[in-house]
Design a protein around this ligand. Structure first.
Ligand SMILES: Cc1cc2nc3c(=O)[nH]c(=O)nc-3n(C[C@H](O)[C@H](O)[C@H](O)COP(=O)(O)O)c2cc1C
Length: 397
């Protein structure tokens, strides 16, 4: 069954960005119902919101209802998440102080759904202590605030006040929509992306890992209530909101960070593609073209997963094996040699699988020999399935 977001739009210059938000939510099969303030209708017409949401837009609390229901109550009840994007200083002040004098503020007052507020305004308005006090009141009552970002504002000022990126808001809504919190209280370490080993100041050795699989796992664990630490090599994808992100470049840096956090987590999932070798002598200056052939001596990096397996106590340790041949055999060897609890075997020669794709085809192999073959699916869906199997291990212990 599709989820419902009730979206409040208020009278700020960023109101047009709420249109993009709706289209992104609709792509995720989320039902969106929009409530606009009178001021918001001065910036964007209700017709635009109605067209994109494919639902009637409500502005006037006293408009004759088309069906007999008290609309602010029915919308308040319908919401799985209530988001106000953008939120003006005015509406934040009203909600924080219990004023319900229009359709939006009355409906927020009546909802039991989680409320997400995304302020956007001039930097001086945002820094105003009254506004800040109102935000902290809302936080105290459990409202979720997605902070504005710094940038050039519509008023010409540069500072903090720009609406958070729409993708970040979508990601936050995703987290609030997930009702299953079976990872609550668990600390999960995820590694993702490639590592990069310099040859000289302009060249490097790396691999095709996009980080999508690891980021999907981090996002799914966060959605399900885990405290997530994501140690990531360089990628250009957006990390999940609410996750502690540690950026590294080389295999050695990844090793150092993993070793720092691993002893204190419940579960570690190593989805990063770590370089096996690094350049022995990295040149400080750009290497010039001279001879017809050229050799670079590589030396072995530490095997992070192996080292984790050695020091593991109660943690569940999960690895990935991206292979081009003898998939099961290689994965089983890795599982045993590195003292893992589970391995995700990934045949990267398969269509729509492995590096850079949004989808993956894998086999899950557990320590007890259980082998689960999964069909090609979105990495985000696969992430949840992997987490389900990890919880089974935890329960059996
Ligand atoms: C051109 C223009 C842009 C505005 N932009 C913002 C804004 O970005 N943030 C804000 O808090 N108020 C902004 N305001 C002021 C609000 O529109 C005003 O406070 C209004 O009462 C808000 O009503 P509402 O909260 O019911 O939507 C702007 C006003 C104008 C005329």
């Amino acid at each position: 069954m599709s989820k419902t977001v009730v979206l409040g739009v208020t009278g700020g210059i960023a109101a047009y960005k709420a249109l993009d938000l709706i289209s992104k939510l609709k792509k995720k099969n989320i039902d969106v119902h929009v409530i606009m303030t009178e001021s918001a209708t001065k910036f964007v017409t209700p017709l635009s919101f109605q067209s994109l949401s494919q639902n009637p837009v409500v502005v006037d609390m006293f408009a004759e209802p088309k069906t007999w229901e008290i609309q602010h109550i029915s919308l308040a009840d319908k919401a799985d998440v209530f988001a106000i994007v953008p939120a003006t200083a005015n509406v934040i002040g009203k909600i924080a102080n219990g004023i319900a004098d229009d359709m939006l503020t009355t409906t927020v007052m009546a909802t039991k759904a989680p409320v997400l507020i995304a302020p956007a305004m001039n930097v001086n308005m945002y820094e105003n202590p009254i506004l800040q006090r109102n935000i902290s009141i809302l936080k105290q009552y459990g409202y979720h605030i997605i902070e504005p970002i710094e940038g050039r504002l519509a008023c010409g000022y540069v500072g903090k006040g720009k609406l958070a990126e729409v993708d970040v808001i979508v990601d936050y809504i995703d987290m609030l929509l997930c009702k299953n919190k079976d990872y609550a209280g668990k600390k999960v370490l995820v590694t993702a992306g490639p590592t990069v080993e310099d040859i000289d100041p302009v060249r490097f050795i790396s691999n095709h890992s996009s980080g999508k699989m690891g980021y999907s796992i981090a996002r799914a664990a966060r959605n399900r209530g885990a405290e997530v630490i994501l140690i990531t090599g360089p990628t250009d994808i957006m990390p999940p909101v609410g996750v502690k992100v540690i950026r590294v470049k080389t295999a050695q840096e990844m090793y150092d960070e993993v070793m720092k956090y691993f002893p204190n987590v419940d579960i570690a999932i190593k989805a990063a593609a770590v370089a096996d070798y690094r350049v022995e002598n990295v040149s400080n200056t750009k290497i010039k073209k001279s001879e017809d052939s050229f050799e670079i001596k590589l030396i072995k990096n530490k095997d992070i997963l192996l080292e984790m397996g050695k020091i593991k106590t109660n943690q569940i340790l999960v690895g990935f094996a991206a292979e081009t041949n003898d998939l099961i055999q290689n994965a089983k060897l890795k599982l045993a040699n590195k003292n893992l609890d589970m391995i995700i075997a990934n045949d990267i020669t398969q269509e729509n699988s492995g590096f850079n794709y949004d989808t993956n085809t894998v086999k899950i192999i557990k320590k007890d020999g259980q082998l689960v073959q999964l069909p090609n699916m979105l990495k985000q869906e696969l992430a949840d399935i992997i987490l389900n199997y990890i919880l089974e291990i935890k329960l059996k212990r």
